[in-house]
Design a protein around this ligand. Structure first.
Ligand code: SAH
Length: 404
């Protein structure tokens, strides 16, 4: 996922917005407090266990951004909650918006001052959230900005859910959109005044999702909760560099999530140049695990291929890729490389991209070129967060996003 958007400026809750005070230890985000611990905290204050669900529903379904706004809780409890927990453990460091296609990008500052990115993409009736699963990335794909400084840590389930909630809160309320499961005879509308809804999630932000599978699955379980974000499993896509054992675990999880495998090259020799972790894995093991995923879940696998001009876009590569995937029930997404400052790659020529598409189609492989979201949207995943971190380190002015 990659884009550059005009800067809206720091979020209202960004550091520096309020009076200077000695920084206190951050309060734990309430979404990361285990349900039984929250219920115990409530019980100690004479509150029934159902309050825990009310709090979560207020954040996940109603879009509450403060305890004070949780009007179904007693006022003293709201005040008490605010002294022990934060509604969000993250703060909006940057908020960028592309008016041409209504895409939003957020840089979130985590409680430990690390930064991550997430994006809201609007397309027709869709509102898709692209979320990160790690601070940085340990996979080291040579063309990608997210992995330039390696991986720092996994995100917690709550930090993943917070990205979804913050993006959902940017979706304007749409009273005409029925909830999941609604039908002509049984329309189920959102309550008046409730926030809009995310329809899709792509786990294609920073990090390797399958290297943080437990927290990701916990977060996606929350995302699917009908009384909360209500995002159907079939509308969730998890993109992986290709970790065979974890692909099998995902297949065994009994969910309907869609799997996308970042293949990028048709031979091990070339893939290892582009994806260093391929050395210990190899394409055959990845395809075998992906085939098993399809056999077990019935969900067709997508293969992603970032197209790097002069590297993996020639006629020989096209023919090799077609041979590798022909006969598989699979779909290929070709992603023309998005420039990353300082990296020596280039976007493919139009003719080479066309030849790749034609060669795959002739071999019976379903293929699409992933469309760009407007001219101003072309800085790559992880770049904005790098800039924000560099500026924080040097105390500099916010840099404008890369020119579009
Ligand atoms: N680690 C996971 C998910 C994160 S990246 C993975 O490897 O799939 C999501 C997708 O964006 C991957 O296919 C990745 O290769 C692609 N991507 C990353 N940086 C890019 C860039 N600069 N241009 C185009 N695609 C990029």
């Amino acid at each position: 996922m990659s884009l550059t958007l005009p800067l809206l400026g720091p979020g209202r809750d960004a550091p520096g917005a309020g009076p200077a005070t000695t920084p206190a230890a951050p309060l734990p985000g309430v979404l990361d407090v285990p349900a039984d611990a929250l219920r115990a905290w409530l019980a100690a204050r004479g509150q029934p266990p159902m309050r825990a669900n009310q709090i979560r529903r207020q954040i996940l379904a109603n879009g509450a951004t403060s305890f004070d706004a949780m009007s179904d809780l007693p006022k003293p409890l709201r005040a008490d909650l605010a002294t022990s927990f934060a509604v969000f453990s993250t703060r909006v460091e940057r908020h960028l918006h592309a008016p041409s296609d209504d895409t939003h990008k957020l840089v979130l500052r985590l409680a430990d001052d690390r930064m991550i990115e997430c994006v809201l993409i609007r397309d027709g009736g869709r509102a898709t959230a692209c979320v990160s699963t790690q601070v940085g990335c340990g996979m080291g794909c040579v063309f990608c900005a997210s992995g330039l400084n390696g991986v720092v840590r996994n995100l917690t389930a709550g930090e993943i859910v917070e990205q979804l909630v913050r993006l959902r809160n940017l979706v304007g309320a749409n009273p005409e959109r029925p909830r999941r499961g609604a039908s002509a005879n049984h329309p189920v509308a959102d309550a008046p005044g409730s926030p809009g809804r995310l329809t899709h999630v792509v786990v294609m932000g920073m990090g390797e999702p399958l290297a943080n599978l437990d927290n990701l699955l916990a977060a996606l379980a929350v995302a699917g909760d009908r009384g909360g974000l209500d995002i159907g499993q079939r509308h969730v896509t998890i993109s992986t560099v290709g970790l065979p054992a974890k692909i099998r675990r995902l297949a065994d999880a009994g969910k309907q999530y869609h799997l996308a495998v970042s293949l990028h090259a048709p031979t091990d020799a070339l893939r290892t140049r582009i994806v260093p972790t391929n050395t210990g894995t190899g394409i055959p093991a990845i395809l075998e695990a992906a085939d098993e995923f399809y056999a077990k879940t019935g969900r067709q696998v997508t293969y992603e291929c970032v197209v790097l001009g002069g590297l993996n876009d020639g006629p020989t590569r096209a023919a090799e890729l077609a041979r590798l995937l022909a006969g598989r029930k699979a779909h290929v997404n070709l992603i023309p490389w998005n420039d990353v400052d300082g990296l020596p790659y280039r976007r493919p020529a139009e003719a080479d991209l066309r030849n790749l598409v034609d060669t795959l189609r002739r071999a019976g492989v379903s293929v699409k070129v992933r469309k760009r979201k407007g001219a101003e949207i072309d800085a790559a995943c992880g770049q904005l967060r790098r800039k924000a971190e560099q500026e924080a380190a040097t105390g500099g002015e916010p840099a404008a996003p890369a020119p579009g």
